[in-house]
Design a protein around this ligand. Structure first.
Ligand SMILES: *[C@@H]1O[C@H](CO)[C@@H](O)[C@H](O)[C@H]1NC(C)=O
Ligand SMILES: *[C@@H]1O[C@H](CO)[C@@H](O)[C@H](O)[C@H]1NC(C)=O
Ligand SMILES: *[C@@H]1O[C@H](CO)[C@@H](O)[C@H](O)[C@H]1NC(C)=O
Ligand SMILES: *[C@@H]1O[C@H](CO)[C@@H](O)[C@H](O)[C@H]1NC(C)=O
Ligand SMILES: *[C@@H]1O[C@H](CO)[C@@H](O)[C@H](O)[C@H]1NC(C)=O
Length: 507
């Protein structure tokens, strides 16, 4: 599922890769795309987005630059844990045609005729669709794929000959979720996708990687294949189970969200939902987070956000970026990991120059920001980037576990530990003690909203700050964006996208 935005402009910071000098791991730096200037175009209706057909569409998310072919062609691709194929737009695809200053594939398109190692392996077999109707179709091919000093000689990828998406993706999900498996209806058609191929080529020891998205204001993070970096999180990593789609088949990173608390200088509330325990998909390809409506409404009330029927989204004054409140997400039952998400990670600018204002009500005259937690009426519920930035998450696709801990924002230190061997469990992680009890349904009650006053009372800043989780964060350090190792590429952006967690193969 994917949103659209016309007439949106933004800039994308594209990172180069800093290879990590350690055996058994491969690291890429990833950079966040800036959000759109226009969000009035985005209208959610029920569980689909209305269509605004435009060549200017693009999703938010995290991007990395790689080289494909011989000689290598540079392409900047979106990293996505919610899908499982690498695919690139073909340079002759109509979406890559430029109309004056608009259109075109600014992040790069692949010209297969210029690659001596290009080989088609599945003519017409690549076919992937989003819930909103956008898609990419074409051939499967093999070619050389390099990133971060790591080269795969024979990587299977999709070539988007017919697509309405102007940049490609690197899907790092389960191989069984590849588009070819959906279209052929046969698990045996699965090919070794990127993380599996890295294992086959001896670059990493097991099918696992760690994702550190970093602070909303930092624009850069990293993905580390084959290992963890113990300096990028606080406390201990806790291992929790991934839910299978059916019996033993795992297709997405779905875990059990079992509690949610709102905490502020004025108090603390336990929020409830008839949906607990909630199966939530951890999806880096989704910009916002989507929870059941009853829970989302409690969150909005605590935070001072409100649902706007006009925009079709929950909104909040931008000044709430300074709120001292935070939400504590609990996983895998009592004693399981908890991730605190502060308000500055949840209040998202929709414009870089002023932007729309509230025209009535208690916030009249204040600038509108979009709220990072939205509602959705049915599963799949999603924890996207607005949640994931606050967490360090290790995805272990062999043991079907996720390791999770509170992130250490802006950490510049590094201590990389590789997984010891194929099917080794996540290094230095303890297992959540009461995972077996996650089927318990907590009592549904109406919260007292004791925390609410502290969320919206911005004058409390400073004194209350010392109790907030964020104060434990690392001292601010210059962002990596200032090291000069980046390109600034102009790009049309979209505001919000429910991403490729909902990437579905056409059946
Ligand atoms: C690809 O990117 C690298 C590093 O960013 C740069 O040195 C090289 O010139 C680029 N190649 C092309 C063909 O643009
Ligand atoms: C490349 O990979 C494809 C698909 O996995 C496989 O069928 C083919 O034999 C491989 N080619 C070489 C030269 O290894
Ligand atoms: C989200 O909540 C609002 C306010 O309760 C409601 O009008 C809207 O239909 C809900 N959206 C979805 C997708 O359930
Ligand atoms: C998250 O918030 C809870 C509740 O206030 C607190 O006990 C915990 O220490 C916080 N965690 C971190 C990592 O700051
Ligand atoms: C991280 O770095 C960014 C950019 O320098 C800064 O705006 C932000 O406040 C920092 N975050 C924390 C938690 O220190």
């Amino acid at each position: 599922m994917k949103g659209h935005s016309a007439a949106a402009l933004g800039a994308l910071l594209v990172g180069v890769v800093h290879p990590v000098a350690a055996n058994g791991v491969v690291q890429w730096d990833i950079r966040r795309s800036q959000r759109s200037q226009e969000f009035t175009k985005l209208r959610r209706r029920g569980s689909t987005f209305n269509e605004v057909i435009s060549n200017d569409e693009a999703r938010g998310g995290y991007f990395a630059t790689c080289q494909i072919g011989t000689p290598g062609q540079n392409l900047t691709l979106q990293l996505d844990t919610g899908s499982s194929d690498i695919w690139v737009p073909d340079s002759k695809a109509s979406v890559c045609r430029k109309f004056g200053n608009s259109g075109g594939c600014n992040l790069g398109a692949f010209d297969s005729a210029q690659s001596s190692s290009f080989e088609v392996v599945g003519k017409g077999e690549f076919d992937i669709s989003y819930v909103d109707g956008s898609s990419s179709k074409g051939d499967y091919f093999t070619d050389v794929f390099s990133i971060g000093g790591a080269t795969l000689q024979n990587m299977t990828m999709g070539l988007g000959l017919e697509t309405d998406i102007s940049y490609g993706l690197v899907g790092v999900g389960y191989a069984v979720n590849e588009a070819i498996v959906g279209s052929s209806q046969s698990v045996s058609s699965a090919y070794p996708n990127l993380p599996v191929n890295m294992v086959n080529e001896g670059l990493i020891n097991t099918v696992a990687y760690s994702l550190w998205l970093n602070d909303l204001d930092a624009s850069s993070g990293s993905i580390l294949f084959g290992g963890i970096d113990t300096k990028k999180y606080k406390g201990d990593l806790t291992r929790i189970q991934i839910y299978p789609a059916t019996q033993d088949i795992f297709t997405s990173f779905k875990v059990a969200l079992t509690s949610l608390e709102a905490i502020s200088p004025s108090g603390q509330d336990t929020l409830t939902s008839t949906a607990f325990p909630i199966a939530v998909v951890l999806d880096s390809g989704t910009t916002l987070s989507y929870l059941p409506t009853d829970l989302a409404m409690q969150i909005w009330k605590e935070a001072g956000a409100e649902y706007s029927a006009h925009y079709g989204t929950a909104i909040i004054p931008c000044s709430m970026q300074n709120s001292q409140g935070y939400f504590s997400f609990g996983f895998a039952g009592p004693g399981g990991p908890r991730i605190n998400v502060t308000m500055d990670e949840l209040v998202l600018d929709v414009s870089t120059d002023g932007g729309p204002q509230f025209t009535s009500g208690q916030y009249k005259g204040e600038t509108i920001c979009e709220f990072g937690i939205q509602n959705i009426s049915s599963s799949p519920y999603l924890l996207g980037d607005t949640f994931l930035r606050s967490a360090y998450v290790v995805y272990d696709l062999v043991n079907n576990e996720v390791g999770i801990a509170q992130t250490d924002f802006n950490s510049t230190e590094s201590n990389v530990v590789a997984f010891a061997s194929m099917s080794a469990t996540i290094p230095s992680a303890t297992v959540a003690p009461s995972q077996a009890e996650v089927t318990n349904r907590p009592t549904v009650t109406v919260p007292a909203y004791a925390a609410s006053k502290g969320f919206t009372d911005l004058s409390a800043s400073g004194t209350a700050a010392s109790t907030s989780a964020e104060q434990n964060a690392a001292t601010p350090t210059p962002s990596r964006a200032s090291t000069g190792q980046m390109l600034v590429v102009s790009l049309t952006m979209l505001l919000t996208a429910v991403g490729s967690g909902l990437f579905v193969a056409i059946l």
